[in-house]
Write a protein that binds this ligand. Structure first.
Ligand SMILES: Nc1ncnc2c1ncn2[C@@H]1O[C@H](COP(=O)(O)OP(=O)(O)OP(=O)(O)O)[C@@H](O)[C@H]1O
Length: 308
């Protein structure tokens, strides 16, 4: 059986009168990158802060590596590394001083700290900046230091809240690469409101909307959540939309102009085969045919409707 690293059970949280998370339950097995996706204000940070023991939930339980965070916060925290949305960087410390301090805060044995700091600087490609004050690092390198402090104590689970927020495109690519390499050894959860971030980085998606979990599954399942129901076809010698509409199994035709059409169907494979055969027989000179996939944006919009 797959080992479970995080179990969230009926988690709810209320800030004064407003519920920011409502009855959220999910399990995360060891290994892989999980994306917690949702619009701003969906409740992602609230769930992450509770998971990482920096916020106490109103109701429900979080179990990290078998330890209930309510019963033994410190034991649970030993398994977790956390990069909050605003990394807690002490600007007047050097990279090395800061990471040593972070390792100490994470209850590492003093004799292990030096080696762990060396390893993590190497891992995050910041060794050459070890003597530099944090305030003199670029945003991308500050984020690397933020990531380094989250993994210095070698936790089983690393939680990144919006890790690429505010970075330029090159820095984003580098940080994503670093996160993926970290996920080869430990479970990573990252939150984002950017669909393409999840697509580029994660294997699994948890999607929140208005404090509720509205989807949990693989990226492929997410992508195929709404069954694709259109075919795109392009001819060099196209028939009319009316003629295409007569083809058996076709339930609707949209003329896209330039001899291109979007075709609705009952059975995709049958209709594609019929259109290919007819194109040859009738000399329609098919240039391209493909089943259209829903864009992640469409799925996002649909799921959000469903969650309301
Ligand atoms: N400390 C707080 N006090 C009161 N309300 C809060 C507090 N923190 C968050 N909220 C509210 O709870 C809801 C969920 O916020 P949360 O920060 O968890 O969402 P999020 O999905 O992480 O969004 P973002 O990406 O903008 O951080 C929002 O409506 C937010 O305004």
């Amino acid at each position: 059986m797959e080992e479970i690293i995080v179990k969230v059970e009926r988690l709810s949280h209320r800030y004064s009168i407003q519920w920011a998370a409502r009855d959220v339950s999910f399990e995360i097995p060891k290994h892989g990158i999980y994306g917690l996706l949702g619009a701003n204000g969906a409740g992602k940070s609230t769930v992450m802060n509770i998971m990482c023991g920096v916020l106490k939930q109103t109701e429900g339980d979080v179990i990290i590596a078998g330890v209930n965070t309510k019963r033994d916060t410190i034991a649970a925290k030993r398994h977790i590394g956390f990069l909050p949305q605003k990394p807690p960087l002490y600007q007047d410390l050097t990279v090395e001083e800061y990471l040593t301090h972070a390792a100490d805060l994470r209850w590492m044995a003093p004799r292990e700290i030096k080696k762990a700091v060396e390893e993590v600087m190497e891992r995050c490609a910041i060794t050459h900046f070890r003597k530099r004050l944090l305030k003199n690092l670029s945003g991308g390198y500050q984020q690397r230091v933020g990531i380094a402090q989250a993994i210095v104590h070698k936790p089983d689970l690393v939680v990144f809240d919006e890790p690429t927020n505010g970075l330029d495109p090159n820095q984003i690519v580098e940080i994503r690469r670093l996160i993926k390499s970290i996920a080869e050894e430990r479970t990573v959860i990252l939150s984002t409101h950017i669909l393409s971030e999840v697509q580029a980085t994660c294997d699994h998606i948890l999607m929140m909307d208005h404090g509720k979990l509205v989807f949990s599954g693989t990226v492929d399942e997410f992508d195929n959540y709404i069954v694709p129901n259109t075919i795109y076809v392009h001819f060099a010698n196209a028939p009319t939309a009316e003629v295409l509409g007569q083809v058996e199994g076709v339930t609707g035709v949209e003329d896209l102009g330039g001899q291109q059409f979007r075709v609705r169907f009952t059975d995709a494979q049958e209709v594609i085969e019929r259109l290919v055969d007819l194109s040859t027989e009738q000399h329609w000179r098919m240039q391209e045919i493909r089943q259209e996939k829903n864009s992640l944006d469409t799925i996002f919009a649909k799921l959000t409707e469903k969650g309301n």
